[in-house]
Design a protein around this ligand. Structure first.
Ligand code: SF4
Length: 212
């Protein structure tokens, strides 16, 4: 194993121990392939599965795997035809058995930092789905909550604004202006410092750069 891989694994092991103290289950996979296998191993036959918007889930191959899984019912927003259908699906997602997402940032002491525009993803993280499974590349790791918030406004939200075709200062200039724009995607921030239900939240850290 090269020094960078060894370092990432060592850091991941520290984060995993810190998450366990917070009743968050966690593990480390060196590759996306291993991570998708691990994530899929949690799924039970007949489970209702949903997910939050995430580049990581697409890049690591999880979305393809979920769409090809005949044993689950996937609540897939890409099949919705109207805004009303999307709203209904977001509500159904809160009752799902498994909810997949990434995290905008993960602190070395084991907290999750997430900011949403609509809030459907952060709502599901807080309460509702029986299990929340988070896949995140080691590029999401930051020192603390402040660094997590900085990461969101400097690294995550600007490219996400571009991806979502939002007319925001960060999409137009590349720099966050702490906006109050109608298109703003930074409306709710959730810091997860502990899982109230032991191991409801399961984090799979991946030794790759994934997502924004
Ligand atoms: S400019 Fe607005 S949407 Fe963009 S990162 Fe800053 S607060 Fe978020």
């Amino acid at each position: 194993m090269n020094p960078k891989s060894t370092y990432q694994k060592t850091l991941a092991e520290t984060i995993i121990k810190n998450m366990q103290k917070r009743q968050i289950e966690a593990c480390y996979c060196e590759t996306s392939k291993e991570a998708v296998e691990k994530a899929s191993s949690y799924l039970t036959k007949g489970a209702v599965v949903s997910f939050g918007g995430s580049m990581t889930l697409s890049e690591c191959g999880l979305m393809d795997s979920l769409k090809a899984n005949p044993d689950i019912t996937l609540l897939d927003r890409s099949l919705c035809k109207t805004p009303e259908e999307i709203t209904e699906l977001y509500h159904k997602a809160l009752n799902s058995d498994f909810y997949f997402m990434s995290s905008n940032a993960i602190t070395t002491d084991g907290k999750l930092v997430n900011t949403d525009g609509t809030g459907n993803r952060t709502a599901a993280l807080i309460y509702g789905p029986k299990n929340v499974i988070i896949l995140a590349g080691m590029n999401k790791v930051v020192k603390d909550e402040a660094a997590g918030l900085a990461r969101i406004h400097e690294k995550a939200a600007p490219p996400n604004s571009v991806r979502l075709n939002r007319n925001t200062p960060c999409a137009n200039t590349g720099i966050c202006a702490d906006c109050q724009n109608p298109d703003c995607i930074c409306c709710e921030t959730v810091i997860t410092r502990r899982s109230a239900i032991p191991n409801r939240i399961k984090v799979i850290l991946i030794g790759e750069e994934l997502g924004y």
